[in-house]
Design a protein around this ligand. Structure first.
Ligand code: SF4
Length: 164
């Protein structure tokens, strides 16, 4: 029995290229003929595939609103006075700027954003909106995260086999 470092076999570049071309060609053929043989999976299957990644579908109205959510310039003004809420949240809430700049922008992370938003309120967000130099619509972003978070959780539940 051989003892020692693993043997590394290098694959010639031409074999790697041929392999990549084969995969691309196969994907093209499948894509072109899938419709003919009833292999296209459709929107419902597509949504089911992405549900475990917590990627809920976005409606045209939501898509139109999304560009208005990205105006934060990281000035930090909305974090002023948030120390007590941050400390009380025991790590769930890192301040409003974090929510506007990071957590709310990634749908797979909306469950963490939901826990963070729970440490503040729409009343407080309205106060902070008034001091935001770029008029970030904080309450609308909170509503978006709550809606998409709930939708994603529902879809994950629907595709997860029950334990019973
Ligand atoms: S006040 Fe507005 S621009 Fe400044 S960090 Fe907060 S959300 Fe961003």
């Amino acid at each position: 029995m051989r003892v020692g470092p693993p043997v590394v076999v290098s694959v010639p570049a031409i074999v790697e290229k041929a392999h990549a071309l084969f995969i691309l060609a196969w994907a093209l053929v499948r894509s072109l003929f899938a419709g003919l043989f009833g292999m296209r999976r459709g929107l419902a299957d597509f949504q089911r595939s992405y549900a475990p990644d917590r990627l809920a579908p976005v409606s045209p109205a939501e898509r139109a609103a999304m560009p208005t959510f990205g105006g934060c310039i990281a000035c930090g003004l909305c974090d002023v006075g948030e120390g007590v809420r941050i400390a009380a949240s025991r790590g769930a809430y890192r301040g409003t700027m974090d929510l506007m700049l990071a957590s709310s922008r990634s749908m797979p992370d909306h469950d963490a954003a939901l826990a963070s938003f729970a440490a503040t309120s729409d009343t407080r967000l309205a106060e902070l909106e008034a001091r935001c130099p770029t008029q970030v619509p904080m309450r609308r972003i909170a509503a978006w995260v709550r809606a998409k978070g709930a939708e994603a959780a529902r879809e994950v539940r629907d595709v997860t086999p029950s334990a019973s």
